[in-house]
Design a protein around this ligand. Structure first.
Ligand code: KG4
Ligand code: ZN
Length: 339
């Protein structure tokens, strides 16, 4: 295999990220510029604000990644970009920059599916092949189960019919007044809480279908402290009650995620499970999956923390396309929905 240095761009949502890696999957730089300060006053990601923030943050992030890797742009041999799924305006910023660099340098451009990259992050952290496996992506935008035959062949088995798991974390954190971003805040609030205090719903738990639904859970959380007809702004939730609600909510999400993984493993016959996406930063989820997989004799792959939430290094999935010499044309477009 001839040596190749890749520059990768991620702008699908609210992290502006640029990475440099090589064909051996060695990461030379992985710069992640958070946009939290742009979005926190709105309590969530505003698509138009995200696109504008990417425009401001991307060029400095490219310069920083090159500096960290000790390289100049002319040493880059290929450009990878997450061209979807994600926010249309945000994706366009990254894709336009990637095309410009590839065209300017005269090097291949490789469009990569962001959701598949979340699973490839497991391959990168493992340092060895993890395929075939069941893959679960749990992020702010997606909750999808895959039958992963290979890095380039991931077949969807099921997914959420409404909110994504991370989105539920964010919305429930918001209901509990925990601020933005909600996932880590909710995990912290759950510490010391009783996960059995509230019997929140676990959708499709006793069904074989490999789908998820979290919007009813979110409503159940709201009604646990502000029943219908009661203005939630007028309700005072004590710190103990908040910890119990947070812990019970987290437990309900983890219960269904773990259950559906085990069902997917049974259905496919795979003995390996790869779980990626921002929610895998959650320690309680990691521990549950570790225990369940150990008992079931299944090998578990979860990315190291830096590769769980959105980042450009996981776009090293492009290396697999590159090995097959399957490149994108300059007519590559964004794809805002799952593909
Ligand atoms: O993968 P990611 O960075 O972006 C998307 O592709 O959507 O995931 C972000 C999501 C957010 O919803 C965030 O609240 C959630 O991951 N998240 C967590 C934790 N850290 C991030 N959820 C639960 N516990 C965490 N520790
Ligand atoms: Zn993501």
């Amino acid at each position: 295999m001839k040596p190749c240095l890749f520059l990768a761009i991620e702008t699908s949502c609210d992290e502006t990220s640029v990475a440099i890696f090589d064909e051996q999957l060695k990461v030379h730089a992985n710069v992640v510029a958070s946009q939290n300060r742009w979005h926190e006053r709105f309590g969530g990601v505003v698509p138009e604000v995200a696109a504008r923030a990417h425009m401001e943050l991307l060029t400095p992030a490219i310069a920083q990644a090159l500096a960290q890797a000790g390289l100049t742009i002319s040493q880059i041999n290929a450009v990878a970009v997450h061209n979807g799924p994600g926010l249309a305006g945000a994706l366009l910023v990254g894709l336009s920059a990637a095309k410009m660099i590839a065209l300017g340098l005269g090097v291949p451009l490789i469009g990569v599916n962001h959701v598949h990259s979340h699973l490839y992050a497991c391959r990168m952290s493992a340092g060895r092949d993890i395929f075939p496996c069941v893959g679960l992506v749990v992020s702010g935008g997606h909750t999808i189960l895959f039958d992963c035959q290979s890095p380039l062949m991931m077949k969807r088995l099921g997914g959420t019919i409404d909110d994504a798991a991370g989105e539920a974390f964010d919305k429930v954190a918001n209901l509990l007044g925990l601020g933005f971003p909600g996932g880590p805040a909710l995990e912290a609030a759950a510490i010391g809480g009783d996960p059995g205090a509230y019997a929140f719903p676990r959708s499709f738990f006793h069904e074989e279908r490999l789908d998820f639904s979290f919007s009813g859970l979110k409503t159940a959380v709201l009604y646990s402290f502000a029943p219908p007809g009661v203005d939630r702004g007028s309700v005072v939730v004590s710190p103990d009650q908040r910890a119990d609600i947070a812990a019970s909510f987290q437990e309900a999400v983890i219960d269904v995620l773990a259950r559906k993984c085990l069902q997917a493993l049974k259905l496919t016959g795979h003995r390996r499970l790869a779980v990626g996406g921002g929610v895998t930063a959650n320690e309680a989820l990691r521990q549950r999956l570790q225990g369940d997989c150990q008992r079931a004799g299944v090998e578990l792959f979860i990315p190291e923390h830096g590769l769980c939430t959105d980042n450009a290094a996981m776009a090293a999935l492009a290396v697999e396309w590159w090995k097959e010499e399957r490149f994108s044309g300059l007519d590559l477009d964004i794809r805002s929905t799952v593909f």
